[in-house]
Design a protein around this ligand. Structure first.
Ligand code: F6R
Length: 366
């Protein structure tokens, strides 16, 4: 059932070229420039005319929502807010008729997310679900949306569901931007091709897993980790830190790289590994200077960098390359080495990676 892998988590990480492909199959037609998503198409007008989109989720799904915020605002020019379901449901949120709510959930059963959208639905919001489990409670209560089609995820820590969420949310944003006319035609076509190329690029990263295992061995005794990223890769830093905590029980924090100097930089010494998600994008020069700041304080720099980026490589104690990609889709690639890093550190420490202590696959209690 683990398909020859030692753990479900590893199997699910390695399934990603296929699950990402499955998520796009029948939806993305780069040759004709079309994206078919009936459950989104139906609400396209409401989405375009919405004052704002509110994304509601927990944990890893919330991180996917954060990436989506950046993408929707950039491509669709619609105001997006991302909320923790637990916080949203217990305050008295302002919801107006016609507000569009996107609920992101692997299980479709997370209690906080479910109750939050029930409340919003009562107030007249349009609820769109981005859910993995077909027929789950969140899927049923939603007006529309799109399934992630990643297949059953058994490992408690979410991996393949996260990349599928990113793919669905990106396709949604592209579709809306195209209908709205807020995206340039060439950029639109280019991004469809970029999506097409993701499964192959993820497979390329997975082929380099031995190198990630070596890095895991080197840093497995660290007491703390810092993960830093900017822009589209900021939520990837949060996700990398969450995965490490869950799987290896090592304390880890994710931050926007520029926030470092407002506090966390006090933690940096020669013992502290700092993972930079530093693929080449419009923020690249900025993150390079953040890397230099860590180096100057003798922190250990582990870079997730674009293949062939010598400038970044020179600043890293260790690095993992990922293929070149447009910044909008880069998180789908950058998260993969972080999943593997957590996995190998967890295994090296003898942790139960498929079933970490104190965690449940779906959190159906508040
Ligand atoms: C992290 C993880 C959790 C879930 C969260 C939301 O690896 O699995 O943080 O992402 O409990 O679950 P869903 O997506 O099922 O609503």
């Amino acid at each position: 059932e683990k398909g020859g892998f030692d753990h479900f988590m590893l199997k699910e990480i390695f399934e990603q070229p296929q699950t990402i492909f499955d998520c796009m199959r029948g939806r993305l037609h780069s040759a004709s420039g079309t994206i078919t998503m009936a459950g989104i198409q139906q609400y396209a007008e409401q989405i375009i005319n919405a004052n704002r989109i509110i994304i509601i989720a927990c944990g890893t799904s919330w991180h996917a929502g954060l990436v989506a915020e950046y993408i929707f605002e950039e491509l669709c020019r619609i105001n997006v807010e991302v909320e923790y379901a637990s916080e949203f449901r217990y305050r008295n949120p302002v919801i107006n008729k016609g507000d569009v709510i996107l609920a992101v959930s692997q299980s479709g059963e997370t209690a906080d997310t479910l109750v939050a959208i029930e409340k919003a639905k009562e107030k007249g919001a349009i609820i769109l679900g981005v859910v993995n489990v077909v027929g789950s409670s969140i899927a049923r209560i939603s007006h529309g949306g799109a399934y992630t089609h990643a297949g059953p995820e058994i490992g408690v820590a979410s991996t393949k569901a996260f990349t599928a969420q990113l793919v669905v949310l990106t396709m949604m944003a592209l579709k809306i931007a195209y209908i709205k006319g807020s995206i340039d035609g060439n950029r639109y076509k280019k991004l469809l091709l970029e999506l097409d190329a993701i499964p192959e690029k993820v497979a390329w990263i997975l082929n380099h897993h031995e190198k990630i295992k070596t890095i895991a061995e080197k840093y497995k005794t660290a007491r703390d980790f810092l993960y830093l990223g900017r822009g589209y890769n900021f939520p990837v830093a949060l996700e990398g830190a969450l995965k490490l905590k869950e799987i290896s029980y090592i304390h880890a924090e994710g931050y926007p790289a520029a926030e470092m100097k407002h506090g966390p930089i006090a933690l940096v010494d020669e013992e502290l590994p700092v993972v930079f998600i530093a693929s080449k994008d419009s923020f690249h020069e900025k993150i390079i200077s953040n890397m230099q700041e860590i180096k100057a304080r003798k922190g250990k720099v582990i870079g997730i960098i674009t293949e062939g980026d010598e400038t970044s490589r020179a600043l890293c104690d260790d690095y993992i390359s990922i293929p070149e990609a447009d910044e909008i889709v880069a998180p789908m690639l950058a998260v993969v080495p972080l999943q593997l890093l957590s996995y190998y550190i967890g295994v090296a420490k003898g942790c139960n990676v498929d079933q970490p202590r104190n965690l449940a696959k779906s959190v159906t209690v508040e």
